[in-house]
Design a protein around this ligand. Sequence first.
Ligand code: C5P
Length: 227
Amino acid sequence: MELCVALDLPTKEENLNLIKKIQNYNVWLKVGLRTYIRDGEDFLLAIKKINPDFKIFLDLKLYDIPNTMADAAESIMGLGVDMFNVHASAGKRAMKEVMRRLDTFDKRPIVLAVTALTSFSEEEFQDVYEKDIALKADKFAKDAMESGLDGVVCSAYESASIKNISSQKFMTLTPGIRPFGEDAGDQKRVADIAFAKNAYVDFIVVGRPIYKSENPEEVVKKILERI
Ligand code: C5P
């Protein structure tokens, strides 16, 4: 299992300070919507300047018509990131088009599909998708696998079932991780490290428990010891 640190701080400087504090650890860095919209490609270059070995997950959750998603995916190729994601609810045709476009390159990033956002409660999810989270997450994962993607973003609660219906090689990345039972914030389906491990999760994403801590380096160190 690998650790992916969410860079969700309010300014570029604060994110870079956090990265400097954890630069000697073998972690992935997750660049999300706010950070990418504000700081763009320059920020990705700044990360690589601190430590070129950092792997970057660009968490933009693409959702659009197939051609637009594939165009965006092709532009993402030019950024040199190691992983990015799309929404599974964009449908199989869109996911297949993204993969078809990326497969024309020698080397491509890992591509994941978002199943159910970890901030959804069962009721909120039902309101949008009219299905149980567990059932729909399995279906989204199946669609993503059949479209040639490498794995899915899901909560730790869906990971084991998704691995069961796909394969151990099909990756799961789970946000909503509270490593040592910290405050859930706006997340509804949170889990700790032991739970994620038992659910065969490949990547845990941790944001607030690290960047809101007095000593982020210590938290990262403790998480890495446990995983
Ligand atoms: O602070 P916290 O650990 O809750 O951060 C989780 C991160 O994972 C946030 O950047 C959030 O946008 C992202 N994420 C999520 N649920 C998903 C996909 C991404 O929480 N399904």
